[in-house]
Design a protein around this ligand. Sequence first.
Ligand code: ADP
Ligand code: MG
Length: 191
Amino acid sequence: MFKENSNLSSIRKGQIEVICGSMFSGKTEELIRRLKRAKFAKLKIKTFNPHVDNRYGKSKLISHNSTEIKSLTIKKSHEILDLYDNVDIVGIDEAQFLDDELPNICNALADRGVRVIVAGLDMDYLGKPFGVIPKIMAIAEFVTKVHAVCVGCGDIALNSHRTSLSKNLVEIGSEKNYQALCRMCFIKKNK
Ligand code: ADP
Ligand code: MG
């Protein structure tokens, strides 16, 4: 389904792929996996992540499982158009933190033949659709929803439950302040 789209073929075909799910669901791991596979096809890739996501070193993405790849930190989504350098594949992690321009930027890149892979939280800590992700899901060729394991019951988790008291929408996460929970365990915790 996700052909590596070798640049040996005559015309480069653009598309948008979304990898979404809760925290700890393996979005970053899956993004890195797809990007590393593309390297075998000798495709040029660039990866971006928003400035707000400063959990780790600024120049790379690292999953909770410690897989990593080089990445550029940006403040505004239009920087991607300035910096993407006509590569074959653009990866964007933690896209829920980027601004409303991002769907247009993804379309502009895909229209130019770039394979755009966007990873991000589909829901916030209250279970509401998060930022630009639903809009990018609507315009994407492929949407993959990945799941964490519910730490309450072991079922598949789709919610990111905040265990700290903060009410800010953006509260950078780790196992210290978030838990992956299934629908039923999330309802119980939020009663
Ligand atoms: P995401 O980007 O979706 O937050 P990552 O790709 O960074 O997720 O990390 C996925 C890794 O998180 C898993 O491979 C596993 O090692 C770890 N992990 C921690 N808590 C959980 C959980 N509740 N369910 C599944 N994986 C978890
Ligand atoms: Mg991640």
